[in-house]
Design a protein around this ligand. Structure first.
Ligand SMILES: NC(=O)c1ccc[n+]([C@@H]2O[C@H](COP(=O)([O-])OP(=O)(O)OC[C@H]3O[C@@H](n4cnc5c(N)ncnc54)[C@H](OP(=O)(O)O)[C@@H]3O)[C@@H](O)[C@H]2O)c1
Length: 345
């Protein structure tokens, strides 16, 4: 610095210092982005914001799709925090298994966890299911719309009934549950409705035309609902957009026709650990983050590029999309070639 001062006039020295500081800041930001696994708002909330342990303890949280994957892990982490839980999905035996595991991992009692089998497609039942939750707990603080199914099929080969089923489940099923719970939250003036969308809720990906459409529909619905509820500041509407996460999502995905299963899901180990995804979700909920982008690179880059530079995104998707289809046809996980080393679960 002294050498700089001797060699350069004062204003040039200040300029140099500012340039160096700016360059260091830029390098730090680039490094942070390379190693980030969520958008910067969510990462900030996770590091410096309110902790889920202080805001979610004692809350009544209703999780749909709680029998496996992200919903199951949500149940475990929320139980450990001390939230009271309503576990819903179609498979009651799996929900009972998750409940037992929750009780084993936490200080919750039998009556703190309600197993409530629910089919998102059976919309006529949703009013009664909501009433059952109120009968048991007297309130719902947080609704996590997580239940859903993905898709692995090319548009040209897919029956239109598959598109109908994806919209019925991922979009209308979620809207239906939300509509039964929301009036109570509005009456109380407080509550959180959060919905698990996807990276393809804002981007597009081959093999997922119907899935992506259903998640785009969710984004549109909840973004509009949030504005509609602006006069209720105690109500939070948030959407969660994960990239690939370890779960049963590929095994359970829709294919070309309604009654055909995915023939080979491929290895899922390279995807983000479910526990990390769920921890970030809970941090987002604790801090009332409205939209959470969760994904390891290159998916996080994908979010930013789709949001801010769509022309570049279409170019990138054109290249990566071909690889995705090749992987799928080879029986690999569709996203596996973007990674080299498997990640620990
Ligand atoms: N894993 C990922 O890479 C990823 C990425 C982005 C977004 N997501 C989203 O994350 C959410 C959870 O998926 P996941 O990855 O955890 O997959 P998963 O392991 O397959 O879990 C899906 C859950 O949805 C439930 N479900 C399916 N159909 C249902 C129905 N008709 N009624 C009620 N529940 C139903 C399943 O339970 P039952 O079979 O017992 O009903 C299961 O509990 C989904 O909305 C998915 O779109 C996942």
């Amino acid at each position: 610095m002294c050498l700089l001062h001797e060699l350069l006039p004062m204003d040039m020295t200040v300029g140099c210092i500012l340039l160096i500081v700016a360059a260091v800041c830029a390098v730090v930001q680039v490094l942070r982005f390379i190693f980030a696994d969520a958008d910067f708002t969510l990462l900030w909330a996770a590091s410096f914001g309110l902790k889920p342990e202080s805001t979610l303890r004692g809350r009544v949280v209703w999780i749909t799709g709680a029998s496996s994957g992200i919903g199951e892990e949500l149940a475990y982490q929320l139980a450990q925090i001390g939230a009271q839980l309503v576990l819903s999905a179609r498979r009651e035996n799996e929900l009972e298994r998750v409940k037992r595991e929750c009780l084993g991992r936490s200080r919750l009692h039998e009556e703190d966890i309600l197993v409530l089998p629910l089919d998102l497609l059976d919309r006529k039942s949703h009013e009664a299911k909501t009433a059952a939750v109120f009968q048991h707990f007297g309130k719902i603080d947080v609704l996590i719309n997580n239940g859903g199914r993905s898709q692995r099929s090319l548009c040209l080969e897919t029956d239109v009934e598959v598109y109908e089923a994806l919209m019925e489940l991922n979009f209308l099923g979620t809207v239906s549950i939300t509509k039964t719970v929301l009036p109570y939250m509005v009456k109380r003036g407080t509550g959180t409705v959060t919905s698990v969308s996807s990276v393809v809720g804002i981007a597009g990906a081959p093999l997922a035309t119907g899935y992506s459409a259903s998640k785009h529909a969710l984004q549109g619905f909840f973004n509009s609902l949030r504005v509609e509820l602006a006069e209720y500041p105690g109500i939070t509407i948030s959407t969660i957009l994960p990239g690939p996460v370890q779960s049963q999502i590929v095994q359970n995905a829709f294919t070309e026709s309604l009654h055909k299963s995915v023939w080979q899901a491929g290895d899922q180990q390279h995807k983000m650990a479910t526990s990390r995804c769920v921890r970030l979700i809970l941090c987002g909920l604790a801090n009332r983050v409205k939209e959470m982008w969760i994904g390891q690179q290159p998916f996080l880059l994908f979010f930013y590029v789709w949001q801010y530079t769509p022309t570049l995104a279409w170019f990138m998707t054109g290249i990566l999309g071909k690889k995705r289809i090749q992987n799928f046809k080879a029986g690999l996980d569709a996203d596996s070639a973007y990674f080299t080393k498997p990640k620990a679960p």
